[in-house]
Design a protein around this ligand. Sequence first.
Ligand SMILES: [Zn+2]
Ligand SMILES: [Zn+2]
Length: 302
Amino acid sequence: MIKVTLVGTGGMVPLPGRYLASCHIEYQGKALLIDCGEGTQISLHKGKISLNKIDTILITHCHADHVTGLPGLLLTMGNHGRTEPLNIVAPRGSSRILNSLLLVCGFLPFQVIISELHDTKPQEFDLIGLNIKSIPLRHHINCLGYSLELVLRPHFQPDKAKKYNIPVKLWRLLHGGQEVVVDDRTITPDMVLGEPRKPIKISYVTDTRPVKLIDEIVKDSDLFICEGMYGNDEMHEGAVAKMHMIFSEAANIALNAGVKELWLTHFSPSMPNPEEYKDSAANIFANTVIGKDLMSKTLKSD
Ligand SMILES: [Zn+2]
Ligand SMILES: [Zn+2]
């Protein structure tokens, strides 16, 4: 079970009731934050989201609307007595910027570990029990898109286990992928497990022009969270110049990648009511939702 909350849905400039880009993802009592724009800690507080559970902050890129919430958030974590190290994962070249930004924090009672990811090729790693992939995007500076997958083991099938007279105490080992020996016979996991299961997948893409790698990382997502900087198709030229996307571009990615649901976020301050433009996306990809601060969803396995 993974809980996803949009913490902030603004791009560039916060508006009353709309903080800047951030997304909170919780799984089994631990959490990741993607981006930390201005106001993130206020929105987390409003949503009663615990800061203690945040294990890692994934940064898409070091533009102000994605990182300036960091010093305040980290200071508050310190005031709450955090001693656990905090990981920050960001694209290549970010450490210098992030370290400078965090200078204003002075002393923090916990370690901040900054790691950099490739900016030219995809990368894969694990965090809080989820498999994370990053890809380079096309923006003014190094910027990454992420996907997060919960890999699900096939269901254990007791009927089959009983047929082979496997003692119940060995079931857990088989379900975990180990072979066991019963009456001199080797039982392999595939003999007692069901069909492979599709992982639960979330993808997060902002700020960028559409690039081919996005289709791959977004493919078959249960939830695709994507920037929709501008709603109106007439803003296409402006979006190209500013290296952002319009609603219809995000919707086309969702359609081609076969996702279940699209959430739009990172709205331009020139668009205080993005709902007005919903049809630009929904006419292409019907299951489009216009993001709002503190909107959340729990994704469950079947
Ligand atoms: Zn941005
Ligand atoms: Zn940006």
